[in-house]
Design a protein around this ligand. Structure first.
Ligand SMILES: O=C(O)c1ccccc1N[C@@H]1O[C@H](COP(=O)(O)O)[C@@H](O)[C@H]1O
Length: 233
């Protein structure tokens, strides 16, 4: 089990400078995301990505974010970056997730877009393939890239999920709303990109620190509440 699977992981995605990566590490982020989708404003070239990965290694889990990547390309990326996770943020089927995992030997964080209760039925088929599910908003129609648009979805849709099901939540989270998102959706971790930026692709060190602080406090409160309900506190 990785560190992220054992605790309440807080992931800061789309980091692209040593300074903002350092801010995420100093704030106590558990996972950092490097984006390998060329159409994203957060895309990092392989050389820079390798340097950022070296800076983060051993301090936070490194997540390589890809979109509908071929298994052979994923293996090349894994070789180059040696990430701890692959985030699969496209329309990868359960079989594609299995093939990418087999080619890389890495755990997969599979993102699924949620807009209605019916979308929750897309989770179950990934039970035997994805190591963690990330529930995100759907991108705007005609978006050039499938995530990182700062759009929330209705977190109350997740209230009926099995409490034992571990998932991460993303989509429009920011320092001001992450506590409410955690109270409502009761996720096992959170992921943010544009909510800690001053402009698309430009991370803000103060917002990163505020986000991690707010998420950590809300996760602790959620845990205390669950222990109380279970009669253990
Ligand atoms: O961040 C990106 O640029 C990105 C590009 C392609 C796919 C996913 C991307 N980011 C992921 O999108 C969600 C939501 O981000 P936001 O906080 O709403 O901006 C998050 O999981 C990012 O990892």
């Amino acid at each position: 089990m990785t560190r992220a699977q054992a605790s309440f992981p807080i992931k800061i995605c789309g980091l692209s400078t040593p300074e903002t990566l350092e801010a995420a590490l100093a704030a106590g982020a558990d996972m950092i995301g490097l984006v390998f989708h060329p159409k994203s404003p957060r895309f990092v070239m392989p050389d820079l990505a390798s340097r950022l990965a070296a800076q983060a290694r051993g301090k936070a889990e490194i997540v390589a974010l890809t979109v509908d990547i071929e298994p052979a390309k994923a293996a090349e990326l894994a070789q180059l970056l040696q990430p701890d996770w692959l985030q699969l943020h496209g329309s990868e089927t359960p079989d594609a997730v299995r093939a990418i995992k087999a080619a890389t030997g890495l755990p997969a964080l599979k993102a699924l877009g949620i807009a209605t209760a019916a979308d929750l039925q897309r989770i179950e088929p990934y039970a035997g393939s994805a190591d963690m599910i990330l529930l995100d908003a759907k991108p705007p129609k005609d978006a050039a890239y499938p995530g990182g648009h700062g759009r929330p979805f209705d977190w109350a849709l997740l209230a009926g999920l099995d409490p034992a099901f571990r998932f991460m939540l993303s989509g429009g989270l920011d320092p001001a709303n992450v506590a409410e998102a955690i109270r409502t959706a009761r996720p096992s971790g959170v992921d943010v990109s544009s909510g800690v930026e001053s402009a698309p692709g430009v991370k803000d060190v103060d917002r990163i620190a505020e986000f991690v602080r707010a998420a950590r406090a809300a996760a602790q409160a959620l845990n205390d509440d669950m222990l109380k309900k279970a009669g253990k506190a």
